[in-house]
Structures are given as C-alpha cells and as structure tokens.
Design a protein around this ligand. Sequence first.
Ligand code: NAP
Length: 311
Amino acid sequence: MQKEKVIIIGSGPAGLTAALYTARAVINPLVISGSQLGGQISITNEVENYPGFPDGITGPELGEFMQKQAEAFGARIMIDEVTEVDFNNGSPFTVKTHGETFEAKVIIVCAGASPRRLEVPGEEEMIGRGVSFCATCDGFFFREKDVVVVGGGDSAMEETLFLTRFINQARVIHRRDELRAGEALKKRAFANEKISFIWDTVVEEIVGDSKVEAVRVRNVKTGETSELATDGVFIFIGHYPNSSLFEGQLEMDERGYLITDDHMATSVPGVFAAGEIQDPTYRQIATSVGQGCAAAIMAERWLEEQEKGRG
Ligand code: NAP
C-alpha cells in the first residue's frame, strides 16, 4: 500500500488550487485526476469571468496553467479514478483507484459535479448519437444542422451562443417563459439571429432510430404536445455533485452536496472538501479556486496539529 500525506480527489480548479497550496507547503500532494483531467473547465470554451485575463481564456488553457503551476511546486497528478474510499476509521484513510490502494493522512475531496439528465425516454440511448451535454466537445459535429437546446440558465445561453459558430439554427426549449440566465448572456442570446425560443415547454421524449430525429415536447400551460424535428439535442439543466462515492462516509444534504463548515471541513476530521461537490450556490471557477485554497490551508494545519500531538 502506497502511503501519502495528502491525497486530493479531483483535478478541477478546486483540486488544482489545493494541489498548488499543499505543494508549496511542502506536503507533497498526490492528485487523483478523476475521469476528466481539469474537471468541467476542460470542456468549457471561453472563460470571461476569471480575474486576471482581461481578454478571456479558454477553459483547457486555464486548466493547463493551473496544472503546470501546481506541478512546478512538486504536486504529482495521477490519471486515474477513485473507486472506493474508507474514511470510517479515521486517519490514515484508505483510497482505492482502478489500479492501486493508498493510505493518506489527510484528504481533500474536490470531485466536482456532472451535468444533470432530463431523465426522459431516448436520452441515455442517444448520447453520442445526437444527444450532448457539451457544446465545446460536440458542436463541430453539428455544422449547418438544426439543434434544440434544453435549459434557460447561464450554461444554456453560453453553450448555445458557442453552438451558433457551427449550426444553422438553435431552438432553446425552456420550461418557463423567462430565462434564469444573467442579463449579459440573455442580451447576447436574444440578439443572435440563429437562436429562437420555445417557452413554457418541456421535452418528454427524444425520438430516433440510430440517431436523434426529433423531440416530443409538451407545453406546460396548454398541455398541447407536438414533435419537433431536429438533428441534435443539447441539454444544460444544471449539475449534480459527484458524491455517490462518499455515501455513508461523509455527511451530505438531500441533494448529495457534501456538508462542510466555514473551514472546508467535512463531517470526518482530516477530510476536507472544496469546489462544486460542496457548493450548490456559487459554482464559479473563482469560488472553487478560493475554496480549494482554504481547504489546503486547513488540511495543512490539521496535519501539523496531528504531528505535534504525536511528537
Ligand atoms: P442553473 O442556473 O441551475 O440553470 C438550469 C436551467 O435548467 C434553469 O433554467 C432551469 O429552469 C432548467 N432546468 C432545470 N431542471 C430542468 C428540467 N428537469 N427540465 C427542464 N429544464 C430544467 O444551471 P447552469 O446554467 O448550469 O448554471 C449553474 C451555475 O453556474 C449558475 O450559478 C450560473 O450562474 C453559473 N454559470 C455562470 C456562467 C457565466 O457567468 N458565464 C456560465 C455558466 C454557468 P428554471 O429556470 O425554470 O429553474
């Protein structure tokens, strides 16, 4: 069994910031990347609201900078997924990946969040065949095509605007008659000729044989149903925390967000958490970075206390 001082689970902005701070504190962190190195920013096209980049920066570029900076101070990044943890017997904790088992004195959980599903017939089967949760990843495959976008938040608007570089037209299907997205994105979306809106409407089924052909929709005010032909369905209806691994080990709320105190501590002493796995409110790169920094500082102090206590 490999012994570590600190293991950071997840490599998004929170995890990479925790890695930078613990590396600079010379506690030699090991980051286990998760399925997506860089986390959600690695599939974000443009980041315009992270301070320090007046002309914006792409998500993958920002992720790479964060990774390089953490590595420059000695953080080790392992490309693997955590498959099992055992926090129930206190520190040292056990962490298993597909290939290895580790023991760590302190853990920082930064496993992030994943896109929510509509949970309608056809959705799961059509992923990669016209159903997508990432415009940056898949937009290119829809050149000159007609797509529908589901959702009315910032993500839906940002991703739809990005899609307009490729597509012929996007119809945004939203369950209310007002967008949740902020003013700046709303304004840009309303001004874009390729984008139209279908209000008060929900998608009830995604239809197609080997690929998406249509969506069956229902107007929630009139109850009227209809079928809209489309080449693709992009779904941006929020996220859920990637916390199933920690069920029965760490306290979480009814939606699965890990519960942390003001110092990023979870319900288990020596296990800290940062970023979207414990943050249903802000969900910004800037806030995740701040939380990752705070968790690292507290993890370092906790470790120091333990070592003092023993010696
Ligand atoms: P969000 O703000 O939670 O919006 C989710 C959207 O999906 C809402 O419009 C919601 O409708 C709709 N929705 C939820 N469940 C649905 C369902 N089952 N069927 C149909 N529609 C459903 O999520 P988000 O857009 O991913 O944004 C998350 C956070 O990240 C927010 O704080 C946002 O401000 C931030 N963000 C910021 C930026 C930026 O600043 N550039 C970019 C991306 C994200 P209702 O409106 O009716 O609830």
